[in-house]
Design a protein around this ligand. Structure first.
Ligand code: OOG
Ligand code: NI
Length: 270
C-alpha cells in the first residue's frame, strides 16, 4: 500500500468518529488556509499481539524512521516519535499503556481484550484503522478502567485507530500562532482542552500545541446498551527552528502529557 492510500484510509476512519475534524478542516480551507498535517497519533496496549513493536512495522513499511522515545511515568505510558519519508508529510506519535503496571483488576480486563485479537490480523496495515478488535466491555469493567486510566478506558471502547490528526500551524497564513487557531476553532463552536493551559509548550522548547476536546459517540457495552464515550480530537501544532535551521522534529513529553487529556471523560463533550 502506498503512503497516500495509507493516509486516505486513516483520515476516513478518523472523521467517521470525529466529525469535528472534517468541519474544522473545511472551515480553515474556506478561509483560504492550506491545511497540512503535522502528525497523526495512535494508542495501544503493551500486550501481545498489539503492542507498539507489533504496530511499528506498518509505519516502517511506508517509509517512517524511528526518532525518539518518550515516557509518561504517572500515566504509565511509553511512546515513540517517527519521522516521515518526506519533510512535508505527517510525523507519527505511537503510544502504548504499560498494562503490567496497573492494578490486577484493570490488567486482567485489558488482557481479556488483547487475547481476543488474532495475531495474523495485526500483520495487515489496516490494523491501524481497525477500531475495537474485541467484544464490548461491561459497564462495570469500563468504570474500573476509567478510575485508574482514562487511556485504558479509551482503548477498550475505541480500539486501534488514529487518535488525532494535527494541523501544522506553520503553513497557515492568517493564524500566527496556536492561540489564534484555538480562537477560530472556538468561534466554530468547539471546546478547547485547557489542561496545562490552552497553549502547551513555548518557543523555548521549539513546539507549541493546542487541541480540541474529543467528540463523543454512542458505543456498545456488554449488556447490549449503548452509552456515550469520548472518541477523538483535533490538534494544532507550531514548530520552531533548531539551531541548524530545520524545524524541531520531535515531541515534548511535558506538553504531550496534557494533550492526552483531550479524551478525558469529564472534559470531552463538544
Ligand atoms: C497523544 C497525546 C500526545 C502530542 O502531540 O504530544 C500528542 C494521545 O492523546 O494519544 O499527541
Ligand atoms: Ni499530538
Amino acid at each position: 500500500m502506498g503512503i497516500d492510500e495509507f493516509f486516505a484510509n486513516l483520515w476516513s476512519d478518523y472523521v467517521a468518529s470525529t466529525p469535528q475534524a472534517e468541519k474544522i478542516k473545511q472551515a480553515f480551507e474556506a478561509k483560504g488556509e492550506r491545511v497540512v498535517n503535522d502528525h497523526v497519533a495512535f494508542r495501544t496496549l503493551a500486550l501481545e499481539p498489539i503492542r507498539l513493536k507489533a504496530l511499528e512495522p506498518h509505519l516502517l513499511a511506508v517509509g517512517y524512521t524511528p526518532y525518539e522515545p518518550y515516557d509518561f511515568a504517572a500515566k504509565k505510558l511509553s511512546a515513540y516519535g517517527y519521522l516521515p519519508p518526506e519533510p512535508d508529510m505527517p510525523r507519527v506519535f505511537l503510544s502504548e499503556l504499560r498494562v503490567d503496571e496497573l492494578s490486577d483488576a484493570s490488567a486482567k480486563i485489558l488482557r481479556g481484550l488483547a487475547e481476543q485479537v488474532d495475531a495474523e490480523r495485526v500483520k495487515d496495515p489496516s490494523i491501524l484503522w481497525s477500531g475495537r478488535l474485541w467484544d464490548p466491555v461491561s459497564w462495570e469493567d469500563y468504570q474500573t478502567l476509567l478510575a485508574e486510566s482514562e487511556y485504558a478506558a479509551w482503548v477498550a471502547t475505541i480500539g486501534i485507530r488514529p487518535n488525532h490528526f494535527t494541523i501544522a500551524v506553520n503553513y497557515l497564513e492568517q493564524h500566527a500562532g496556536v492561540e489564534e487557531v484555538l480562537q477560530t476553532v472556538e468561534g466554530l463552536g468547539y471546546k478547547v482542552n485547557d489542561s496545562g493551559g490552552r497553549v502547551k509548550g513555548s518557543p523555548d522548547v521549539l513546539l507549541e500545541q493546542g487541541s480540541t476536546l474529543a467528540d463523543r459517540m454512542m458505543a456498545p457495552f456488554a449488556d447490549g446498551q449503548e452509552r456515550e464515550v469520548p472518541t477523538c480530537y483535533y490538534e494544532f501544532a507550531k514548530r520552531y527552528p533548531t539551531p541548524s535551521g530545520e524545524l524541531y522534529p520531535g515531541f515534548v513529553a511535558q506538553s504531550a502529557d496534557k494533550i492526552f487529556e483531550s479524551t478525558n471523560v469529564a472534559k470531552s463533550g463538544s
